[in-house]
Design a protein around this ligand. Structure first.
Ligand SMILES: Nc1nc2c(ncn2[C@@H]2O[C@H](COP(=O)(O)OP(=O)(O)OP(=O)(O)O)[C@@H](O)[C@H]2O)c(=O)[nH]1
Ligand SMILES: [Mg+2]
Length: 343
């Protein structure tokens, strides 16, 4: 495959959303070709550049919803990753911190390019959906679930991984435990800086099996109160136990809703395509000029002149002389001038 083909052919990670965006890019590229020199070269070059950038991004696919499990060490991120995927892939341990490198579980759609870009090591990737699953995993199709190291780590490298990946996730799932949910490293260090991202975050209180049943609702209320104080009143709080599986099915349903919504990559690409279209539209009229509004008299006169019509009329009116043909006296058409006038 040539580089050009690679740029225009949807990659293996492309689903319907990527294909629809690529279709818009192709149409806009066609429009730039069609307008030719009617817009300044700088405009068409800027539009082409913007569309090339969108194509490069779309090579990663816009159909994946990246959900990151984030939180302090020992809160149960890796355990929840395994509970959600139904696989025992992420390392769960008693030695803290356990997870040093992110792991990813992918539900369908090849996410290789995306995971390379996210820098998830090849041996830390697993595909969830297989032929054996039938349609049982269809609700999560497109999900890329990331298990991250601890954000409050004694290992600076762990924090670096978290800080690099946070802005790239479509949804952040903060996993807290009943002992450390009020931790300042979480609230002052991260949550309060993420105000405005309410819709792209959830808080999961894990290990609720360690809390007496009558105290669980109060625990969830307390976490919600802290989030309100952080300036994040819209963040939903869910109680789960990765150990017993309680609440995991409901959490899975919430993730499925997010998978069904627009992805960050999709929203960004669509905004960039809109921007490129506006750039082109700025130098064009909103519609074609109606024929009666065209400066016809001038154009007709100029075209007639350039095509030698006036001299032809004169020759025809005088009539051919003996032995002469009319054609010999008609001026040749000035092709360059005609082309200029037509454009
Ligand atoms: N009782 C109980 N224990 C849990 C639950 N979830 C996890 N654990 C235990 O908590 C400990 C930490 O779990 P991990 O899943 O490794 O926690 P983590 O957040 O990935 O920790 P790091 O990788 O160090 O950041 C393990 O011993 C788990 O068995 C739960 O729902 N209930
Ligand atoms: Mg872990």
């Amino acid at each position: 495959m040539t580089t050009d083909e690679a740029m225009t052919t949807p990659g293996p990670g492309a689903g319907v959303r990527t294909a629809a965006l690529l279709e818009r890019v192709a149409r806009l590229e066609g429009a730039v070709d069609a307008v030719g020199s009617r817009v300044p070269t700088a405009t068409s070059a800027a539009v082409r550049r913007a569309l090339t950038t969108v194509r490069e991004r779309l090579a990663l696919g816009a159909d994946h919803t990246v959900v990151a499990l984030v939180g302090g060490t020992g809160s149960g991120k890796s355990s929840l990753f395994n509970a959600l995927s139904g696989l025992a892939f992420a390392d769960v341990g008693v030695r803290r911190p356990t997870t040093a490198e992110p792991s990813a579980c992918v539900w369908a759609h090849d996410a290789t390019a995306l995971l390379d870009w996210l820098d998830v090591a090849p041996d830390r990737r697993i595909v969830r959906e297989s032929a054996l699953d039938g349609e049982s995993q269809a609700d999560l199709r497109g999900l890329v679930l990331l298990d991250l190291p601890d954000h409050d780590s004694v290992e600076p490298a762990h924090r670096e991984v978290v800080d690099r990946l946070l802005p790239l996730a479509d949804l952040l799932v903060w996993v807290v435990d009943p002992q450390k949910y009020a931790d300042d490293a979480l609230h002052a260090g991260y949550l309060r800086r993420l105000t405005g991202r309410d819709a792209a975050m959830l808080v999961v209180v894990n290990q609720t099996d360690t809390v007496p049943e009558h105290a669980r609702a109060g625990l969830v209320d307390d976490v919600a109160r802290l989030l309100q104080a952080d300036g994040l009143p819209g963040v939903a709080v869910h109680a789960v136990s990765a150990r017993t599986g309680e609440g995991v099915r409901e959490l899975r349903r919430v993730l499925a809703d997010h998978v069904a919504g627009s992805t960050l990559a999709e929203v960004r690409a669509a905004a960039e395509i809109d921007g490129a279209a506006l750039l082109l539209a700025r130098d064009l009229g909103s519609s074609e000029t109606a024929p009666e509004e065209l400066p016809r008299a001038e154009a007709v006169d100029a075209l007639a002149d350039a095509s030698g019509l006036a001299s032809a009329v004169g020759v025809v009116a005088a009539g051919p002389g003996r032995g002469r043909t009319v054609r010999a006296f008609v001026e040749p058409v000035q092709r360059d001038r005609v082309a200029r006038l037509r454009s």
